[in-house]
Design a protein. Structure first.
Length: 775
């Protein structure tokens, strides 16, 4: 033993002696307190609390000195203690448990390095499996302690609607799907674009929301108009002169055409003007079936005129007759009639153009009362809660102040609707946290109205329906949540779970955007939509038919059309329609061999065992490896025809770098199992070496073998990973160590229901962090 090691061990013995003195002092203090409290019964609760917590802290500290430090001395202190700070980390900075808990991020990295066997480096002595387990267990108990009896639901952050939530919410509110391309792209966190901390709001967002709301309301109001039939100018008989923008009737003549109408009331609308000459106004006779009207035009400005006709289905004549032609030879002035546009509207079912999202108007209700009714109906749905009379009055005053004499009541309310759609009450969720009056740190149940929104935005990425809000307003939602959630899962709106959760979790949607070398893989570019559709339909089947979640990776079926079947080499499939096909005789299993997944985990010009292994770790096992160290060169670009063997050799050379070896040990063995499948998802044949060894010792040689492994001895990791991803998406935040009991409970609930997909949805909604929040 050299002098340095002697010095280190002497320091540790000194620390142990100090710890013994500290425990003795603590015991003395407790003894004195006990003596004091015997004479003061009112303070005995303090002793109970101290005795409940002190042994736990003391035990953890004692174990640190007696069991943990000796292991760290043997394997870690040479690089990370006694003034040495490799990797910007030293155990010197952590003299006690409190200091460790103050820097949990650093200890999270320590734990990951131990769990993934990234540290110590491969060229150093390694702890035994039992020693690693002991270190990890101690870190969990000391630095990341959780008390299942006192759960922490985590903080709640005000959440802006992301683009897709905004799209769906507006669609369900006014019946029009807005153009979300008008909105800035959303940032993503933890793999999802609904994470509160990254959903910022800028002036650009507000301008975009205003434009999107205005355009959507334009469309909603246009849809309320009766069907319009524009009559092309050239279709009128009796024409004399035509121009680009109008028809000129220079002499007394009649233009007409027939139109076929449905039964009911119709309106012919004429947009015409006159060229004035002489003392008299331009005069004309308008006809629509049996209805006629003689009009005069005082100036050259175009004006609208209309005639209404009610009758059976059949043909009717629309006609315009110029009555008083005039020409003044001396001045060369000519009186003419100009036809700009003629339209027929109908059948007309109401005199008022009322968008579909308006409530029915009682026949005896006045304008002011109906405005209040319409605003209450709209605002309560927009804000996802009942609205106060004061709020209604404020929006009614806005509409009244902006109303012009020509506007109908319905048209005048549009400005109020537009204002509501850019209000924080509409654009943000979790508003209950803003108005809570309890002191910070208080744990509270999520109010039922806010719970209604949590459930609907989780399952539908949209606002709750009136029936759900009604249950919440009556404080009946919690006790009826199971039934309500089942109803919502059956709804077509739950396809949002596929579009937003599964697509982002599995990353299959990215295949539409990634570069794929068109020289090497010419067919892939034309098949991108089919790649996405296969995985979308597969995930939809998992949800609708409530399959066990392990089907995701071990299913012996998929969904293809003729193009994709030919690409995969599956015979006897014809037509554009996707259908379920068996893979029992194929090398494919689950999403692991879907072309979308294989493409997004490849480089543009070659497969990537590294990316594919990383995808499995972070997506299916929630064990994302750390990022690569800086300045590590990438593998050389593939040349056309490069063999899989050459790539394996390159990776083996790459792993010889100590800075790379640990991480690649985690990823490469998994990734090699996919080497039988090319960038575009085609099977490359049986001659490729697909053997790979996982860091935990298991050997796999195909995606099917990997699926059996994950669905077998590593299925607990897979179930916990799925629960964690789902809870992250549902809460809109990253998970922390205190969420572990919630994951335990979700997986335990799902286990009672064969780990079926819908059981996880129910379990997440019932979970403590979903039902509660920390102020």
């Amino acid at each position: 033993m050299d002098a340095k090691e002697n010095l280190v061990r002497e320091r540790r013995r000194s620390d142990l002696r100090k710890c013994d003195r500290s425990r003795a002092i603590s015991a003395s203090i407790l003894k004195a307190l006990d003596s004091f409290l015997r004479n003061d019964g009112s303070m005995k609760w303090l002793l109970v609390m101290m005795l409940a917590s002190a042994p736990c802290v003391a035990d953890v500290q004692r174990q640190w000195q007696s069991e943990i430090v000796p292991i760290l001395e043997s394997y870690c202190f040479d690089c990370h203690a006694d003034g040495i700070k490799k990797g910007d980390f030293s155990f010197d900075a952590f003299p006690d448990v409190a200091s460790m808990q103050a820097k949990r991020d650093a200890w999270k990295r320590v734990r990951e390095n131990l769990a993934y066997e990234l540290m110590p480096p491969p060229d150093r002595d390694q702890p035994t499996s039992d020693e690693r387990k002991k270190l990890i267990a101690w870190i969990d108990a000391a630095v990341f302690p959780v008390d299942p009896n006192n759960p922490d639901p985590g903080r709640v952050t005000l959440r802006r609607l992301n683009r897709f939530e905004y799209r769906n919410t507006v669609r369900d509110l006014i019946g029009v799907t807005p153009d979300i391309q008008l909105l800035p792209p959303d940032d993503a966190g933890y793999g999802f674009d609904n994470i509160a901390d990254v959903l910022t709001l800028s002036p650009t967002h507000l301008d975009s929301y205003l434009t999107a709301a205005s355009q959507a309301l334009d469309q909603a109001y246009r849809k309320a108009q009766p069907p319009r039939q524009k009559l092309p100018r050239e279709s009128f008989q009796g024409q004399y002169e035509k121009y680009a923008q109008h028809i000129v009737i220079p002499s007394n003549r009649r233009l007409h055409r027939n139109v076929r109408l449905e039964a009911g009331r119709h309106r012919a609308v004429f947009y015409i003007s006159g060229q004035q000459a002489g003392p008299d106004r331009v005069k004309a006779r308008l006809s629509f079936g049996s209805q006629t009207k003689t009009i005069s035009l005082a100036d050259n400005k175009p004006k609208y005129f209309s005639l209404e006709l009610e009758g059976k289905a059949g043909e009717q004549t629309v006609a315009i007759e110029f009555l008083n032609d005039y020409y003044e030879e001396a001045t060369k002035k000519d009186r003419n009639l100009l036809i700009h546009q003629v339209s027929v509207l109908g059948p007309i079912k109401s005199d008022v153009a009322r968008p579909a999202f308006f409530p029915e108007r009682p026949s005896a209700m006045g304008d002011e009362a109906y405005a209040a009714l319409a605003l209450r109906h709209f605002l309560s749905r927009a804000f996802r809660r009942p609205v106060a009379n004061e709020e209604i009055a404020r929006y009614a005053a806005l509409a009244k102040s902006q109303r012009s004499p020509q506007q109908s009541l319905e048209e005048s309310l549009r400005v109020a609707f537009e204002a509501a759609m850019v209000s924080p009450q509409f654009l943000f969720r979790e508003m209950h946290a803003v108005y809570a009056k309890e002191k910070p740190g208080t744990i509270l149940p999520v109010p039922e109205l806010a719970l209604a929104s949590r459930i609907s935005y989780f399952l539908w990425s949209s606002a709750p329906e009136d029936s759900t809000l009604s249950l919440a307003a009556q404080k009946q939602l919690r006790q009826n949540a199971q039934r309500e959630v089942e109803r919502m899962i059956r709804s077509p709106k739950s396809s949002a779970l596929i579009e937003r959760f599964f697509a982002q979790w599995l990353q299959y949607q990215d295949v539409a955007f990634i570069p794929i070398d068109k020289q090497l893989y010419p067919s892939a570019r034309q098949l991108r939509k089919d790649f996405v559709e296969e995985t979308r339909r597969f995930c939809d089947d998992l949800l609708r038919n409530n399959q066990p979640i392990t089907r995701l990776i071990d299913a012996d079926y998929t969904f293809v059309n003729e193009r994709l079947a030919q690409h995969y080499g599956i015979p006897q499939i014809q037509g554009e329609t996707f259908r379920k096909v068996s893979l029992a005789q194929q090398q494919r299993r689950g999403v692991l061999t879907h072309a979308a997944i294989l493409a997004v985990t490849s480089n543009p010009n070659r497969t990537s065992p590294v990316k594919r292994g990383k995808w499995v770790l972070e997506t299916l096992l929630d064990a994302a490896p750390p990022p690569p160290p800086p300045n590590v060169p990438s593998l050389p670009a593939a040349k056309h025809g490069q063999s899989a063997a050459t790539l394996r050799q390159q990776l083996e050379t790459h792993r010889k770098d100590p800075a790379c070896a640990s991480c690649h040990k985690l990823m490469d063995g998994i990734g090699f199992a996919f080497e039988g499948f090319d960038v575009d998802g085609r099977f490359r044949g049986p001659d490729i070496d697909t053997r790979g060894q996982l860091s935990t010792g298991e050997t796999v040689d195909s995606p099917a073998a990997l699926a059996r492994l994950i669905a077998g001895q590593r299925v607990d990791e897979f179930h916990r990973a799925f629960a964690a991803k789902l809870l992250t998406f549902a809460l809109g935040r990253g998970l922390d160590y205190y969420d572990k009991p919630a994951i335990d409970q979700i997986v335990a609930y799902a286990a009672k229901h064969d780990h079926r997909v819908q059981s996880y949805l129910h379990a997440v909604i019932q979970s403590y962090p979903f039902q509660h929040y920390r102020r």
